[in-house]
Design a protein around this ligand. Structure first.
Ligand SMILES: Cc1ncc(COP(=O)(O)O)c(C=O)c1O
Length: 562
């Protein structure tokens, strides 16, 4: 019949549209399943919810019994707190004064100072345990403040300080000498760069090297190249992983703009592998191997330590297996696998995470310590991925510049660092690295257990995280007891203790003694008391109710952060 052909075509089109919709729906479902159940896995939702959290904080009396502790405990906490406050004021007087003079004029300092602890406690805490952000000198594993106090350095300068501050002082001094004749000339290269490229090719096992000014920029360039060469739009990053503060790799809370071409997926998950196998828009997968210490959890900061739920455990075999499976899927689907080794590169093994886990990536970023104490970002990659133009399309280029890239002083300091890796001394350090730091972590945990202190450390070689065994709302107080013992932590507090590898057994012993003493004092001052029925979930529920109540109350709406 005459109408049969258009009708059949119509049904055919309908069926095709239905099939496409069903396939799209299936892909969406697969994507949803590959997202982590927590808010860290749902960046946009997290950002929206964060904007609803009302400001409120505890007055001084509530500060000590936000968990409804009995009077006797509150009195102990108050006395301990005031004792610490007096100690800080006396011992860090000059350093505190200098900090107070500039805090209002340096937003970075204002931010870190405010977010050392959960926001409800921040105001009272800052009034009494004042921030002391200045240091004057370093030697061995110690830092000295403006009052002449000597701290054990547990910050390692955000991980930059791998071999000890004295090493980097020498490195920089020698670098200045080596390229002093040229000075800070940019554009043409100092010859030292050639040796850096050769050494980095060997270390990374990759073909080409580009130099940048920070880890963030190296990651930006890696992702840009992956998109350019695959002609695909999306990057996959894993839940909780930090890759610098560039928008696309830092979706969710902290970034005012939604990252529309980023998928944040579960790490160590078959559902993620399924998404990688089935979607056609994925250019690259970014891995930060540091996440092996706490897969799918964000960097552990004390600002979010509202209970005792922080957990960390490093299972090298399980993570190696995951990386191998990820590698296989990326190869199969022509997805660029990027290892972001800005943090862990050179810290786990001389050949970085690739060597340590025995898995090769297509692009690898380095930074931090590789600059020999100066700012740097480096990208190493396979030849076909590093090219910034197409042989057959001269106008279709992938642009990357940077005024200070390949700065002669940085290149020379990097060269000093890389040449040091060739020395017997460096080889000896790497030879027993993991055993040394695992043994030290075990030893500290045994001491803490022997004294029944409700705290323990988890580690991935020389990178440590403090975990808490009681559902207390005050676990974040430990950072202030540690400071009183002259242990220097970075602003995120007990979530990251990073050691430089020049710690001797005696140095470590001193740190362990002070750590135990700090935990003991905190226990005696009653901060680890908790209601007998409290659990981490009940604390979170309680906090949620508190926030909702403040949101609903007119007071909550009117209150402004101070
Ligand atoms: C894994 C990782 N990638 C990238 C970055 C960013 O490096 P930078 O701070 O030099 O920009 C960091 C910084 O901590 C990092 O740890």
């Amino acid at each position: 019949m005459e109408w049969a052909t258009p009708t059949l075509a119509f049904y055919g089109l309908g069926a095709a549209a239905l099939a496409t919709s069903l396939l799209t729906l299936r892909r969406r479902l697969e994507l949803s399943k590959a997202k982590h159940i927590t808010l860290t896995g749902h960046a946009n939702l997290a950002r929206r919810l964060a904007s609803l959290v009302p400001f409120y904080d505890y007055e001084e009396c509530r500060f000590f019994f936000s968990d409804d502790a009995p009077e006797e405990i509150v009195a102990r906490r108050r006395a301990g707190f005031m004792r610490l406050s007096a100690l800080y004021d006396a011992r860090f007087a000059e350093t505190i004064k200098h900090t107070a003079d500039v805090t209002d004029r340096i937003p970075d300092l204002k931010f870190t100072d405010t977010y050392r602890v959960p926001f409800q406690y921040s105001r009272v805490l800052r009034q009494h345990l004042k921030s002391a952000a200045f240091v004057q000198s370093s030697a061995g594993v110690m830092l000295s403040d403006l009052d002449g106090n000597q701290f054990y350095d547990l910050t390692a300068s955000y991980g930059v300080n791998l071999f000890g501050n004295d090493f980097y002082k020498d490195t920089i001094a020698r670098a200045v000498e080596r390229v002093g004749e040229l000075g800070p000339v940019l554009g043409p290269y100092h010859p030292v760069i050639a040796d850096n490229v050769t050494r980095l090719q060997e270390i990374s096992g990759l073909d080409e090297v580009s130099f940048h000014m920070s880890g963030t920029e190296a990651v930006m360039q890696a992702v840009r190249l992956a998109r350019y060469h695959t002609r695909r739009s999306h990057l996959v990053r894993f839940c909780g992983a930090y890759h610098g503060w560039w928008g696309d790799v830092q979706p969710g809370i902290g970034n005012p703009v939604p990252a529309r071409e980023t998928y944040t997926l579960k790490e160590m998950s078959d559902e993620t592998l399924r998404v990688l196998r089935t979607r056609r828009d994925i250019a690259c997968v970014l891995v930060n191997p540091l996440q092996a210490l706490h897969p799918n959890a964000p960097p552990p900061t004390d600002a979010s330590l509202v209970d005792g739920a922080r957990s960390a455990h490093f299972d090298k075999n399980a993570y190696t297996d995951w990386l191998k499976r990820l590698r296989a899927v990326c190869t199969e689907q022509n997805i660029v696998l990027i290892f972001d080794e800005v943090f862990v590169g050179f810290r786990l093994a001389m050949g970085g995470a690739q060597e340590y886990f025995g898995v090769r990536a297509d692009l690898v970023t380095y930074g931090k310590t590789l600059g020999g104490g100066l700012p740097v970002g480096v990208l190493c990659g396979r030849k076909h991925l590093m090219q910034r133009f197409r042989d057959d399309r001269p106008a279709d280029i992938c642009f990357a510049r940077g005024t200070f890239n390949s700065h002669p002083y940085v290149m020379a300091a990097m060269n000093e660092f890389l040449r040091y890796l060739d020395t017997p001394r460096a080889r000896k350090t790497y030879g027993h690295l993991e055993q040394t730091w695992n043994a030290r972590a075990r030893q500290l945990n045994e001491r803490l257990r022997d004294e029944a202190l409700p705290v323990e450390v988890a580690n991935m070689s020389s990178i440590w995280t403090v975990c808490y065994l009681r559902p207390s709302r005050y676990n974040w107080m430990l950072q202030f007891y540690l400071r009183a013992e002259l242990l220097a932590l970075s602003w995120i507090g007990t979530g990251r203790l990073i050691f430089s590898l020049n710690y001797t057994d005696a140095d470590f012993q001193a740190v362990a003694d002070r750590f135990v003493a700090a935990a003991r004092a905190m226990e005696q001052d009653g901060w680890w008391w908790h209601p007998p029925a409290a659990t981490n979930t009940s604390i979170k529920r309680h906090l949620l109710k508190e926030m909702i109540a403040h949101r609903l109350s007119r007071n909550g709406d009117r209150a402004k952060p101070r």
